[in-house]
Design a protein around this ligand. Structure first.
Ligand code: SF4
Length: 460
C-alpha cells in the first residue's frame, strides 16, 4: 500500500508519536464520533482504558495529557504547550468535551492503566467509552496507535491505516515493485512520490508542505541548540546540545577543528531535535517522534557539508531527500512496522536511519539502485535494536540514539554510493527480517520499560 508523504511526515508535539500524538488523535476521533451520533449532550461520564505498552510507559510519554487534548477536540499541530489544559482538568475534575460540553472527569479514576493486558491486535491499544447519566453505554470504541501518530479503529487494523488505499498512479507494496516502476517509466524514486502526491493534491500544496516540514525540522534544531536546563520527567537529564555547540564554536575560533568534527555536528543536530522532543516541543514525525532527530540532522549535514558538491540546487535537494525518505518509510509501513511497541527501536531509529540514508543518497545524485542499497545497509546494522527507555521517558537511550542513527545514515549513504547498486541483501529482505526479528523479540524490549536499560539503570 502507498502511504502518503502527508501522513508519514506529520507535525505534532513530543515526546512520542505513538504514545502522545496517536492517543490524542484517537481521543479526538472518539469525540467526533460522539458528535456525529448526536450524543455529546447526553454524555455524563467518559472512561478511557490504556492497554499494554501505552499503560506501561504512558505516564512518561505524556499519554494522559494527550488524551485530554484529544477529548477537548484539539489538533496535534495546534496545541499550545504553554496553556494549562491538563492542570485545569486536574484541579477542577471537569473536562470540556470538544471545548463545548463540560463533564466530570477525574484523571486518576477515569483513565485506567491496564498494565497486564495486551490486546491481541497491537500492544498500543486503548478503549474509549461514553455513558449517559443512568450509566448506559452511549458509545464504546477500541483504537490502536500503530506508529508515527497513525491511529486505526479495531475494524481498520488489518490495513494499518484509517483510510482505504489511495488512488495513485504508481502504487507499490515492495521495493522490487518500486524499482521496476522506476525502470519502466525512467523515473527516480523521488519522481514516483511526487507524481503520486500530485495525484492527491495540487503541486503547489505538495511542494509547500515539503518545504514546511523542512522548516519545522530546521526550527527544532535551532530551538534545541539554544535551550538549556534539565529535561522534564524526573531523570535529571541535562540538555547537552547547547554545550556541544559551544565547544564546536570554540574549536572553530581557535582553529582547532579535527578531522572527525563532522560527527560532532551530526551529534549536535541529532541531540538538539531529540531534546526538543523530550521537552514536548514541536516536532515532525520522521518516522516517529522518538526518532525525529535523525532526518533533520542528516538534512542539515547535506546542506552544510555537501552543499555545492550536490548535483541539485538546495530546494531541489531537500525535496529529493524528503520524498525519497517518504517512499522508504512507506515500504516499512506496508511490510513491517514503525512502532517501537511492536518491533522495538528497529522500527523507530532503525527506520529513521534507513530513510535518512536513502534521502541523503538521493539528494547527492545516487541511482535508484544505490538508494535502495543505502537504505538496506542502514537497516541491516540496526537489526535487533531494542526499545528499553529508562523511566518510560523518551530520553535514555533515545537522545543519543538519534545522534548515532544520523552518523550511521551518513555512512550507509556513502557505502551505498560506492558501488553500482548491486548487493547481496535486498531492502525487501531486510524489511522482512526486521519485522520477523521484532515479532520474535520479547515484549520486555518493546516500549514497556520492563527490560534492558530500563531495569539496569537506576532512575535518579
Ligand atoms: S528506545 Fe527507540 S523506540 Fe524506544 S522510545 Fe526510545 S527512540 Fe523510541
Amino acid at each position: 500500500m502507498y502511504y502518503s508523504l502527508f501522513e508519514i511526515f506529520s507535525i505534532g508535539v513530543g515526546p512520542s508519536s505513538s504514545h502522545t500524538v496517536g492517543p490524542m488523535r484517537a481521543a479526538k476521533r472518539f469525540w467526533e464520533e460522539l458528535k456525529k451520533r448526536g450524543v455529546v449532550a447526553q454524555t455524563a461520564k467518559l472512561q478511557v482504558t490504556l492497554y499494554g505498552s501505552l499503560a506501561l510507559t504512558g505516564v512518561g510519554h505524556g499519554t494522559v495529557k494527550a488524551i485530554v487534548y484529544g477529548l477537548m477536540g484539539l489538533e496535534a499541530e495546534a496545541v499550545d504547550p504553554e496553556k494549562p489544559y491538563v492542570s485545569a482538568v486536574e484541579r477542577d475534575n471537569i473536562l470540556h468535551l470538544g471545548q463545548e460540553c463540560a463533564i466530570p472527569f477525574n484523571l486518576t479514576q477515569d483513565i485506567v492503566f491496564a498494565k497486564d493486558t495486551f490486546l491481541p491486535e497491537h500492544s498500543n491499544g486503548m478503549k474509549f467509552a461514553a455513558f449517559d447519566e443512568n450509566g448506559q453505554t452511549l458509545l464504546e470504541e477500541v483504537y490502536f496507535s500503530v506508529g508515527g501518530g497513525t491511529v486505526v479503529r479495531r475494524d481498520e487494523i488489518a490495513r494499518r491505516a484509517p483510510h482505504e488505499p489511495y488512488n495513485v498512479p504508481h502504487a507499490f507494496d515492495t521495493c522490487q515493485e518500486l524499482l521496476q516502476l522506476c525502470e519502466k517509466l525512467h523515473l527516480s524514486i523521488s519522481d514516483i512520490v511526487l507524481q503520486n502526491e500530485v495525484a492527491l493534491r495540487s503541486e503547489k500544496v505538495v511542494r509547500d508542505y515539503i518545504l514546511k516540514i523542512y522548516q519545522i525540522m530546521q526550527n527544532s534544531i535551532d530551538r534545541g541548540i539554544k535551550a538549556r536546563g534539565i529535561l522534564p520527567g524526573g531523570l535529571n537529564i541535562h540538555r547537552r546540545a547547547s554545550e556541544i555547540y559551544a565547544s564546536l564554536q570554540e574549536k572553530f575560533l581557535n582553529n582547532s577543528m579535527d578531522s572527525l568534527m563532522i560527527i560532532d555536528w551530526l551529534n549536535l543536530w541529532g541531540f538538539a531535535v531529540a531534546e526538543e522532543n523530550a521537552a514536548g516541543g514541536q516536532i515532525v514525525t520522521a518516522p516517529t517522534m522518538g526518532s525525529a532527530g535523525v532526518l533533520p540532522a542528516v538534512l542539515r549535514y547535506f546542506e552544510r557539508f555537501v552543499g555545492s558538491r550536490a548535483p541539485y540546487e538546495k530546494e531541489e535537494g531537500i525535496i529529493r531527500f524528503l520524498t525519497t525518505a517518504s517512499a522508504i518509510c512507506s515500504l516499512y509501513r506496508s511490510n513491517a512496522s514503525i512502532s517501537g511497541a511492536e518491533v522495538g527501536c528497529q522500527g523507530e531509529v532503525g527506520v529513521a536511519c534507513s530513510m535518512a540514508a536513502a534521502g541523503l543518497a538521493a539528494a547527492m545524485g545516487a541511482t535508484n539502485r544505490q538508494i535502495e542499497n543505502a537504505a538496506e545497509i542502514a537497516m541491516e546494522h540496526n537489526l535487533g535494536l531494542t526499545c528499553d527507555p529508562v523511566g518510560g521517558l523518551v530520553q535514555v537511550p533515545c537522545i543519543e540514539r538519534n545522534a548515532m542513527g544520523a552518523v550511521k545514515a551518513v555512512n550507509a549513504a556513502r557505502l551505498g554510493m560506492r558501488g553500482e547498486g548491486s548487493h547481496v541483501v535486498s531492502l525487501d529482505s531486510v524489511i522482512k527480517t526486521m519485522y520477523s526479528t521484532g515479532v520474535d523479540m520479547s515484549s520486555r524490549y518493546k516500549e514497556t520499560s520492563l527490560g534492558g536499560l530500563a531495569v539496569n539503570v537506576a532512575n535518579c
